[in-house]
Unconditional design. Structure first.
Lengths: 320, 322, 320, 322
């Protein structure tokens, strides 16, 4: 069935991916220098975030996890407020309380974030339930990793969403790693999408390093969730090309597997394609990179200037 | 006033609050079956049976609470909370703070607890202190049907996650329950009996054991004041401290294991803040460091009974302490 | 592949089912009279227990749950010590500490029992792991309900058993009820065995009221676990014909569904068959019933005579 | 003596115990990657990475422990214990008792806890008191590498389930560690510094804050005794009571939330059993009723620091109490 999805300018997708990469690299550098706390970067996985988030409508809600910078930036988060949050500053989206691991941004519809692996999966049906009980528009997108699919909550979540007809798009970023454990050591099956069928939930596994493929699949998936009011699972195959949490020497990573995925870097893939098909010049590409670098510079300046929270706010916002 | 059991008082509170506020809904393993009158009045969407999976029940409530609903979930027996700890503790209790106050989580979790059914430690384990210890949560445990109704109404209206424990031993005890809109604010203890020689502090079924002990003590010439905490967090320490300031003696009593229980907290606060008025050591009666056996006599032996409470109080009153 | 399984006398299976039924009915009567605590009876499900347990070897280990009387009696437990346990007496298998819900009998290889639904599933891989690490003989059989299959632990357990090659026979007694919730309200799929495939675990769904069918399937399944050293899932379709926990008026139960299953009562099915095919006479059947009644009578006498635990043993056996 | 970090002292204990006893094995999310030397020595069957699923890791350990193995599991950060509560509390803690003593559960659960990494409340939440409150479990939390090694060796040999907490803030601190077979019995506190005016009781990283406070107090003419609990269950109350009998003053300090923490238990026991020797109120310093923020200054502000401890102790010593 052909759908009419809004046209999205691929160069905008490229710019978003460049921004995410530059943001993560700034954190890596800052963290190596001891100026920024370590984080779980999304380097290598930019296409998954950008492809899915650009398929969403403004009223859609997002749940995410510890590896969320891509989701947040693709959704339009300000890199300065993100960086400030990572650095524990009052100007961060959560006033520095979250740090990098549980950033939520209500104004962008990024509703709940848990760094407890599986936490996002547990909360997602409820966010969709409030949509359906209150007659509110929008579907719910829940990002999670292949590791999260090993937690029983994954299954409980799918079962309930299927049973209660909840409009949740489950997006598994299968990046081959669960911290220091390869998915082969942790999953008795190859694909997370196989499990969806056992709940009667439609699913698709796609190449997560091709942002246009991700976008197309996500547009189909969101449309299906929107019209059916029922869950869908998209498994986005990609690779965590940096370590689990900065710094990480990746000594435990198979060099060949890593090299193969690095050769399919999502930014390079799209950049090469746009230059090859003539829709972008090399200098146009460079201009995007410059623009992004300027934004990251400004972000750093903002974050650096933002003060630490005052210790007398230690118990603010515990209770409503 | 109508006479209701504690179980039915909970039903009355649910009914009134669901009438008042269409965002209140209830779900759990069998709640639509066991409280079918709620389904009849509010429909099968607002009152739902769930799969047998406490974690996703709680997680769903947390997600729904953050985004506009006021869920009440029934997790049946307190030990089953073990399957929902992440959702209650790490999500509901922390995500408001960690998000810099962006969300609130108005949800109520019901759980039955304590002796009275003779089915052993995997159904009978008083874990309320876990949630007092954990930040961002409120904890309630009523000792009468009227309190159950008034406190549950307040809990449903509260914008924070509330753990609401129902003492199994009291569930089918009848009592007068107002049919009015009366709510009881969380964090207010009740002085159940006034006295001037010794303060007995408790909650749940052992409040009644304290009242029986107070009768025995009165016969022995000792005047005991009985404080029913009702809320365990917020904890109404001003009421406890005022009573101890008057009596100078304190016995804390609960069914939960003694080690790191709510009684420890109360004793510690009193030892810090009312030291000067203490005329005697603080006595603490609680369950031993053991699971609860199914066998009836052992189940009963686990719970501090009136005679032991009276004996402890009398010891404090009779002996001279340097 | 034809296997040579030991011949088992069907009249012995009938006797075991009669014993279980009589035991449960004695509890129901005692509990209505206030002399015995309520329990979760296995009435209607006798064939599932008897069929599976008779396929086991002496060295095999069993994990079970709150609805365990059938498993225990089929394994040879003494009804007197069981009843004493239910009644909280010192002469019970667990000294009255368990009551009905978590009876374990080490001497019979009934190793761990949890009334936390899912608890048995969580512990089963570990029992199999100790077999394989210590080179001990025997496979591990884990009984659980359709409700337990809704807990995430079910999935975590299957995933680990598949991944670590653990010799576990998972036996789901799908009795259509999860306490006061019908499985339709709780499961997005019809069969628990569907999930096994998503872990690469072989599975079969069988008629659980035909004890000979259960026995045959269980013999094949145990043989496969024994030779492969890998898990297998057997779903035994049956029905809880009494309430969840005595007393229970079953007002919430669909009369027609119940009647249909009552018409296929497992004891009646086998009894009729044995009489019809001439392998048993009506009076032979009656003699079995008498024998069983005598045992239950003796059991009651034993349990009644057994003292309650002394309160000074309140904290015995908490720590090793 | 060799100098090791606490992290490496844990590795040394694991190595020695796995050499000693072939039934000891270790598994967890990444333990085979991060402690690869154990895989090299003991093979991939005895040291395993697992799926990301704390519940089944713990459940598997419980099942294995009951039937002949001595598993050590690494559940990473304390808040992740929330996913394993049923297995630890309802199974490991209760099934020995409920089966009438048929089983024992020799298993050790490792978890990191406390401030020091700046990653917020879903990684930093001190929940050790939950397990002290729950029956059938032992709880340990060392403050030095040597204790970590000796206590872990004892924990592995113990026939009961032991929760073994590693303070994140101490993990990479070096210290002398005996390379002998020395085990430290669970349930023995250590007097880290002798004194006669006031007793400071703590465990984990705040022991070091107490020692710093004792230095400050000494400079101000106050002699403080510092007791490091090491085991939280069994709790070595005789050592605490003996110290309070001598000093007459008690300050209890920990990082965990104050409400219903281990400090409450200690204060309550002292208020009951050493009342006559108390010359001043019992002071208790602990975390506030709040999750821990990621932001460094807030993370630090959460933890009782030496200055606050010294101030509390001095107040007890200087003021006259009726
Ligand atoms: C319940 C829980 N267990 C363990 C961790 C530690 N941890 C953080 S991220 C991670 C790996 C997660 O893997 P996956 O879900 O695939 O996401 P990825 O990091 O690959 O994006 C682990 C083990 C955690 N945060 N929560
Ligand atoms: C974790 C947990 N949740 C809920 C219960 C209460 N409960 C006991 S048995 C039961 C139904 C179990 O259904 P199923 O697994 O299908 O077993 P069945 O009773 O049908 O044999 C429930 C909900 C429990 N014991 N443990
Ligand atoms: Mg991953
Ligand atoms: Mg069932």
């Amino acid at each position: 069935m052909a759908q009419n999805f809004p046209q999205i300018d691929p160069s905008m997708l490229l710019e978003q991916m460049l921004l995410i990469r530059a943001y993560e690299e700034a954190i890596v550098a800052g963290s190596a220098a001891g100026a920024v706390p370590g984080t779980c970067t999304s380097v290598g996985q930019e296409a998954a975030a950008v492809g899915v988030v650009n398929a969403l409508a403004a009223e859609d809600l997002i749940l995410t996890n510890h590896r969320s910078a891509g989701h947040l930036l693709a959704r339009g988060a300000d890199p300065g407020r993100l960086l400030a949050e990572v650095m524990g500053r009052e100007g961060g989206y959560c006033g520095g309380r979250s740090g990098s691991l549980h950033i939520a941004v209500k104004e962008l519809g990024v509703v709940l974030t848990s760094t407890i692996v599986g936490g996002e999966l547990a909360m997602a049906p409820g966010v969709a339930l409030s949509r359906s009980m209150l007659g509110l528009p929008g579907i719910v997108v829940c990002f999670f990793g292949d590791g999260a699919a090993c937690e029983g909550r994954f299954h409980e979540s799918l079962n309930l969403a299927a049973l209660w007809n909840l409009p949740v798009l489950y997006v598994c970023e299968n990046n081959h790693w669960q911290a220091f454990v390869h998915r082969r050591e942790a999953m008795s099956r190859e694909h997370v999408s196989d499990w969806a069928a056992s709940y009667g939930i439609p699913a698709q596994t796609i190449d997560g390093n091709d942002v246009l493929a991700v976008l197309a699949a996500a547009q189909t998936a969101t449309e299906q969730v929107r019209t059916s009011g029922r869950p869908y699972l998209l498994e986005v195959l990609t690779y965590r090309t940096r370590g689990h949490f900065e710094p990480d020497d990746q000594a435990y990573v198979d060099r060949e597997e890593l090299a193969a995925w690095l050769a399919r870097d999502p930014i390079k893939l799209l950049g090469d394609r746009l230059v090859a098909d003539g829709s972008m010049t090399a200098s146009g590409h460079a201009r995007l990179a410059d623009k992004v670098a300027t934004r990251i510079c400004a972000a750093h300046a903002f974050a650096d200037a933002s003060p630490y929270p005052n210790a007398d706010t230690l118990t603010r916002d515990v209770y409503a | 006033m109508p006479i209701l059991t504690l179980y039915d008082a909970v039903g009355a509170a649910l009914t009134e609050e669901m009438r008042r506020d269409r965002t209140v809904m209830a779900f759990g393993e069998g709640i639509a079956t066991k409280r079918h009158e709620l389904v009849s009045e509010f429909g099968a969407l607002r009152v739902r049976n769930t799969p047998l999976a406490e974690g996703i029940i709680a997680g769903t409530a947390v997600g729904a609470a953050a985004t506009g609903l006021r869920p009440v979930i029934d997790l049946l027996f307190a030990p089953f909370l073990c399957y929902a700890m992440d959702e209650l503790v790490n999500s509901a209790g922390k995500l408001r703070y960690m998000s810099g106050g962006q969300w609130s989580f108005p949800l109520v979790t019901l759980a039955m607890t304590g002796a009275g059914w003779g089915v052993g430690a995997q159904h009978n384990h008083n874990v309320e202190a876990w949630f007092v210890h954990s930040p961002g949560l409120k904890v309630v445990m009523p000792s009468t049907p009227a309190d159950a109704k008034g406190l549950l109404k307040a809990a449903i209206r509260d914008d924070n996650p509330v753990l609401f424990f129902l003492d199994i031993g009291l569930l089918h005890e009848p009592g007068e329950v107002p049919d009015t809109e009366a709510t009881i604010p969380l964090g207010t203890a009740a002085v159940r009996r006034e006295g001037h020689d010794v303060t007995l502090v408790s909650y749940g079924k052992t409040v009644h054991n304290c009242l029986r002990a107070a009768d025995e003590l009165a016969a022995a010439g000792v005047s005991a004041e009985v404080v029913d905490l009702r809320s365990l967090k917020p904890l109404d320490m001003p009421t406890v401290l005022a009573s101890v300031a008057k009596t100078g003696r304190l016995v804390v009593v609960h069914e939960a294991n003694r080690l790191c229980g709510v009684g420890a907290e109360i004793a510690a606060v009193v030892a810090e803040e009312a030291f000067a008025s203490l005329k005697a050591p603080i006595a603490r009666l609680g369950g031993p460091d053991a699971p609860v056996a199914a066998s009836y006599p052992l189940e009963q032996a686990f719970v501090p009974q009136a005679a032991a409470i009276a004996a402890a109080a009398e010891r404090l009153c009779r002996r001279q302490y340097a």
